[in-house]
Design a protein around this ligand. Structure first.
Ligand code: NAP
Length: 326
């Protein structure tokens, strides 16, 4: 069987694969940059199993190029790069890597809030460019997280990890999600969508990208937010209508934004976001820690290994494709 890995994963995982399953023929993308679509399609031809990154679209075209493919294991918790209907039609199993990136992404969410509210980027730039003339009572003033209202959209793994941190910072938390929530801790309250938009000092997005969440933040929703509010997005770029966001930031309808993800990645060279001073931009690094990327690669491999051992992969996205062996 041939296992294709479409990105440079931690060498410890490659070593584990080789030692646990020396029978597997392994093909790993070790070049610099992201594997091109052409190369990916060419590599799919004789692949039985694949570990993919979120940059690889697994759709009808790829599946048509991959007649032997049995399973595709995404090294990401989000799986909006997968066409689940096409995978189901082709009877190809699919998995993701939940949990292992929760803490790293929650940490980055807090970092973005601090970067934007305390204006850390421009303060550091000023110092580096020799503009810091000494401590002044009105120098580099930002706003604090303490006492602010944080609006959390979606209440899954990462959102919960952010809430824990926000409470430790002395914030009040309001949550919008589709399910009714019980036994919420002190200072945490479930609210309606409109209430969340209108009452938050910071809105932080933690939903997956789906047809229902595409452009969830748009002209209309932005106009309901406070002009002093900031938007934090560590989910997926297309949850926000970027054009509408740029307009709101330009016209002062929104005070700032901290973005780790974009509608088009990498961020196009002509994106106006770069010109806006009240925005902090990060290159999709929510899960980018040594610990987490190792854990993600291990989890992606362990899903494949379970399949090879005839066991149900723990993170199956289409459980109905798994033959019921009970
Ligand atoms: P999760 O545990 O599945 O949580 C997602 C939450 O979103 C659930 O509470 C879900 O509610 C809610 N939701 C889904 N659709 C909704 C809608 N239309 N309206 C309101 N709430 C909705 O996922 P997670 O592990 O926290 O990850 C969340 C997302 O973060 C991932 O999908 C991924 O795109 C992104 N992410 C980004 C990075 C990065 O590098 N920046 C890293 C990791 C993850 P229900 O229970 O009702 O479905």
């Amino acid at each position: 069987m041939k296992l294709v890995i479409t990105g440079r994963v931690d060498p410890r995982v490659i070593q584990e694969i080789r030692s646990r399953r020396p029978d597997l023929s392994l093909k790993v993308w070790n070049e610099s940059g992201i594997i091109s679509r052409e190369q990916l399609l060419a590599w799919s031809k004789d692949a039985d199993l694949m570990i993919t990154m979120l940059t690889e679209r697994v759709d009808t075209e790829l599946l048509e190029h991959a007649p032997h493919l049995k399973m595709v294991s995404n090294m990401a918790v989000g799986f909006d790069n997968f066409d689940l209907a096409a995978l189901e039609k082709s009877h190809v199993l699919a998995t993701n890597t939940p949990d292992v990136l929760t803490e790293a992404t929650a940490e980055l969410t807090m970092a973005l809030m601090l970067l934007v509210l305390r204006r850390l980027r421009s303060a550091e730039d000023a110092l580096r460019q020799y503009h810091w003339t000494g401590w002044e009572p009105d120098g580099f003033l930002g706003f604090e997280l303490y006492g602010k209202t944080l609006g959390i959209v979606g209440f899954g793994r990462i959102a919960r990890a952010v809430v824990k941190r926000a409470l430790a910072f002395g914030m009040r938390v309001i949550i919008f999600t589709r399910r009714s929530l019980k036994d919420l801790p002190e200072n945490v309250q479930q609210v309606s969508w409109e209430q969340l938009l209108e009452s938050s000092d910071i809105v932080s997005l933690h939903v997956p990208l789906t047809p229902q969440t595409l452009h969830l933040i748009n002209h209309e929703t932005l106009s309901r937010m406070r002009p002093t509010a900031i938007l934090i997005n560590t989910s997926r770029g297309a949850v926000v209508d970027e054009k509408a966001l740029i307009a709101a930031l330009r016209t002062g309808k929104l005070a700032g934004a901290g973005l780790d993800v974009f509608e088009t990645e990498p961020l196009p060279s002509d994106s106006s976001l770069r010109e806006l001073p009240n925005v902090t931009l990060l290159p999709h690094i929510g899960s980018a820690t040594v610990e987490t990327r190792l854990a993600m690669a291990e989890r992606a491999w362990h899903n494949i290994l379970a399949y090879l051992n005839g066991q149900k992969p723990p993170d199956l996205l289409l459980p109905k494709l798994w033959p019921d062996k009970t």
